[in-house]
Design a protein around this ligand. Sequence first.
Ligand code: ADP
Ligand code: ASP
Ligand code: MG
Length: 570
Amino acid sequence: MSPFAKLSATLAAVRHDIGALAAGNSEAVIAHKFGGSSLADASCFRRVAAILLERDDATQVTVVSAMQGVTNTLIALAATAATRDPAWQAQWSGLRERHLETARDLLDDRSGAVRVWLEARFADLADTLKALAVLGIPAREALDAIQGLGEVWSATLLRAHIEALGEECALLDAREVLVVSHGELGVSVDWQVSAARLAEWRARHPQRRIVITGFIARDEAARATTLGRNGSDFSGAIFAALFEARELHIWTDVDGVLSADPRLVPEAVSLNALSYEEACELAYFGAKVIHPQTMLPAMALGVPIHIRNTFKPAHPGTCIATVGDAAEGPVRGLSLADQLAIVNVEGAGMIGVPGTAERVFAALREARVSVVMISQGSSEHSICVVVRGADCSRAEVALDAMFKRELGQGQIKAITVTRDISVLAAVGDRMAGMPGVAARLFATLGRAQVNIRAIAQGASERNISVALDSADAARALRAAHAGFWLSPQTLSVGVIGPGNVGRALLDQLREAIPRLRREANLDLRVRAIMSSSRLLTNERGDLSADWSAQLASSDQAADFERFSSHVHAA
Ligand code: ADP
Ligand code: ASP
Ligand code: MG
């Protein structure tokens, strides 16, 4: 049975058992999740509450992350305290002040009770940090408990704000009901126990609106734990499944899932629809917009996930469901995973010897190294695996030990490790059976002078992965994006000397660019303009009407090197 089928069967059994939970309430449950980027300050909380209160969801379940940056600060705080550096006190008081200030701003004269509560929670935190400072080590249990506190604070603030607006709202601390365990394949949910605990909680909290802490859970021993960094998306899907929600809306700070990471590819476009499998592959290979485990419960129960922009609620965003978008091209998205390493096992003695690959994977498994990508040439002369950078020394030691004899006798020539590797993945359901996609990817990378270290294509043909040097990764991603999303003829243009003639040329270009794109399939990008004193660079190359004012106020001095490297970069 595949993991999806197994999960689906478990969830079906759970749903049957807890029929009383949501079926008793036959009206639609809609689940929402707001990330830290949607909860940066008091005005963000107001925006989130406005989105929620405007909707007529019969039952509304809202999972929240910590306020933006808070989880990072908590982790740093615990580390600082554990090194006995008194600087933790200033960090602690900054965090405390930020939350108290948000409560004051948000709740005004009704903030008293929440402020008293926050002060008590921060006093508890200070006690824990003092204990860490005495111990002098970042005790695992304390760290698990500390890093999840941000979600408790943000959920309390949102709930108090919704109540202050006159709506009844319950607060669910996920550590009360969600039971998980940590295994080799990441976090797994004890659905049966969690559902039973939730049913019991729900009987005491019948409110129509519920705010739930994301990211945190309890383990089998009832200790506080987390679902891993960025795990609130997964919390959103877990609670959507437990509450039998009809839809899950994940609200973030971009217009849905984009064709590539917008921080690296400014011209990335938002995708209308993706299949669960496509979203899974993109997330697994580094698209930070959604946690890779999120799709599992949603897929098992067929709950559609809508990725939406809190700051542009009218935008439809991306719908992740059983089928993707048939109208779109074969490659739906590109993602980049970094901090990886290649481990290569090479030697003529492997040719035709059965079981070599099995021994490679057995050694890696024994050393608890997870494999991101595998590639073996048909000559069987080498097996190449991509692993996380942090695991590569362990992998090397384990393989050296496993093949000690073959290395000694020369059947295996060497086991080598190359660090600072990234994997670029092109993902799309419709790549399967479509010839030429790989050729186009490799041709584009070749033109951008990217050296490809290893290639893998899954049997599902939904993903082509390319391992390359991290130093080339951003350039490779931009080139591949241009290769699939832009017209076949993209020209990067730079203009030096915007005097009378240059100005006239730029004005003509501005007028001609849209027509050239439409009618001649020619994509001109004016990426840099340089006068005798100033340099203006532009990632997208979309020349705006006020380029001349932008150039005058640019803080970059004229520089031929920079001009030329910017024009040539993509
Ligand atoms: P949240 O706080 O809402 O959980 P995250 O910061 O975890 O938000 O994820 C959203 C960010 O993910 C975006 O701001 C964007 O920079 C980044 N990102 C990376 N890859 C993609 C992609 N393919 N599509 C959309 N966003 C992406
Ligand atoms: N706050 C947690 C983190 O920063 C969980 C999340 O935001 O998804 O990792
Ligand atoms: Mg996130």
